[in-house]
Design a protein around this ligand. Structure first.
Ligand SMILES: Nc1ncnc2c1ncn2[C@@H]1O[C@H](COP(=O)(O)OP(=O)(O)OP(=O)(O)O)[C@@H](O)[C@H]1O
Ligand SMILES: [Mg+2]
Length: 235
């Protein structure tokens, strides 16, 4: 098995005015390709901070993060952005969809960003977009803009956007946090299917024990640290 993500003794201190907030106090985590990992823990324990660091949206105050062989910590901002574009699919708790674009337009934009900005060789992946949208039961909503979609549908578009480029890793911050049970089930089934069928690597923050139970491994965090268990709990 191949290690796709390594965090070594990662620390993060936020400075608020003259006060330092230690959000992460030495987190180490190894992730193999094809793992489906849940991160759980009380509010404020550092879950989102960890996810943002793993995906290169933030830089650590200490420690090291290696993503698919590339040291994110040593990389310049530009390099880190480039790695993130190529390897990471983010699902944020707030959907961050582009309001004036349709569902399909949001996917197309993600493809162009992935390919390196508006001038990049984006290619036309309408087939792939259609496939992803239909996997998420959105084929009839393809031409709707975010305001013409329900919350659950918007979350599914956000998920489609995260996976359309087949990133090495999907990082999802409470992807079912705002969803009813029906929409949660669609999102979780989609994750599970991608994990089993395509060996897609996924890290998902969740407060929901049922969602966590679908994952092959669960880590618990408290006060900026991983408390239990950090090794192969196979369900
Ligand atoms: N940009 C920031 N500036 C200062 N402090 C921050 C910032 N972001 C987070 N924090 C603090 O860092 C700690 C960890 O926050 P984080 O968002 O990682 O928690 P979380 O585990 O994701 O919580 P939740 O379950 O509520 O989303 C908290 O004490 C929070 O107040
Ligand atoms: Mg959070």
């Amino acid at each position: 098995m191949k290690t796709i993500l390594q965090a070594e003794n990662v620390e993060k201190v936020y400075r608020v005015g003259s006060v330092d907030v230690a959000a992460l106090r030495g987190v180490s985590l190894d992730l193999e390709e094809g793992e489906f990992l849940a991160i759980m823990g009380p509010s404020g324990c550092g879950k989102s901070t960890l996810l943002h660091l793993l995906g290169g949206l933030l830089t650590p105050s200490g420690g090291r993060i290696v993503l698919d062989g590339e040291d994110m910590t040593a990389a310049s901002d530009a390099k880190r952005t480039d790695i993130r574009r190529r390897k990471i699919g983010f699902v944020f708790q707030r959907f961050n969809l582009f309001p004036t674009l349709t569902a399909e337009g949001n996917l197309r934009l993600a493809e162009r960003i992935h390919a390196g900005g508006a001038g990049g060789a984006g290619g036309n992946n309408s087939e792939r977009r259609r496939e992803v949208l239909s996997l998420l039961k959105l084929e009839d909503k393809m031409h709707h803009k975010p305001l013409e979609l329900s919350g659950g549908e918007q979350q599914r578009v956000a998920l489609a956007r995260a996976i359309v480029n087949r990133p090495a890793i999907i990082l999802a911050d409470e992807p079912t946090g705002n969803l009813d049970s029906e929409n949660s089930a669609i999102v979780l089934n989609m994750f599970q299917e991608m994990n089993y069928r395509f060996n897609q690597t996924i890290i998902m923050i969740t407060h929901n024990p049922e969602a966590a139970a679908m994952c092959r491994r669960i880590v618990q965090m408290r006060d900026g640290q991983i408390v239990a268990p950090n090794t192969g709990l196979q369900v």
